[in-house]
Design a protein around this ligand. Structure first.
Ligand code: NI
Length: 161
């Protein structure tokens, strides 16, 4: 495994529609392994292949709950219900966070690293993480859809200085 460089906004690869994965081979497995290692190294909860410069439809998510690491290839949201508004950041946008409205509960279909179909349901923060990563596959960043965006590197001190 290897840690890959995380591309930063405004790198154009983040704005492409990533391509469907059709080959479930050693290259894909290495990509997924590296994405997980890169995500953990950066203390992230999710990473999409375009964020390591590879415009393919593959994501990894680990929000630190009992699900552990979830890999998904060619993920699709097939049902979305409810609503949640909460803060998000992105490993490709170092200095900003924002409040983003997302579905509260989603159903997902996709494939595992060997091309076998998988179906998942997710709620709350896990649902948010999947929606954020799948947006990456469509060239969408959280800053495009956030209701408020705040700079996390230059917060005013509590005493106002
Ligand atoms: Ni992101």
């Amino acid at each position: 495994m290897a840690i890959r460089l995380i591309v930063q906004d405004p790198d154009p690869v983040l704005r492409e529609r990533a391509v469907e994965v059709t080959k479930f081979n050693a290259n894909l497995h290495k990509l997924l392994n590296d994405m997980a290692e890169t995500m953990y190294d950066a203390d992230g909860v999710g990473l999409a292949a375009p964020q390591v410069g590879i415009s393919k439809r593959a994501i990894v998510v680990d929000i630190g709950d009992e699900n552990g690491l979830i890999e998904m290839v060619n993920p699709q949201i097939v049902d979305a219900t409810g609503e949640q508004l909460g803060p998000e950041g992105c490993l490709s946008i170092a200095k900003l966070n924002g409040d983003v409205r997302r579905a509260q509960h989603i159903k997902l279909k996709g494939m595992d690293r060997n091309g076998a179909p998988i179906e998942l349901e997710a709620s709350d923060f896990l649902a948010r993480a999947f929606q954020h990563e799948i947006d990456h596959l469509n060239g969408v960043l959280f800053t495009d859809i956030a209701e408020t965006i705040y700079d996390i590197t230059n917060r005013p001190r509590p005493d106002g200085e």
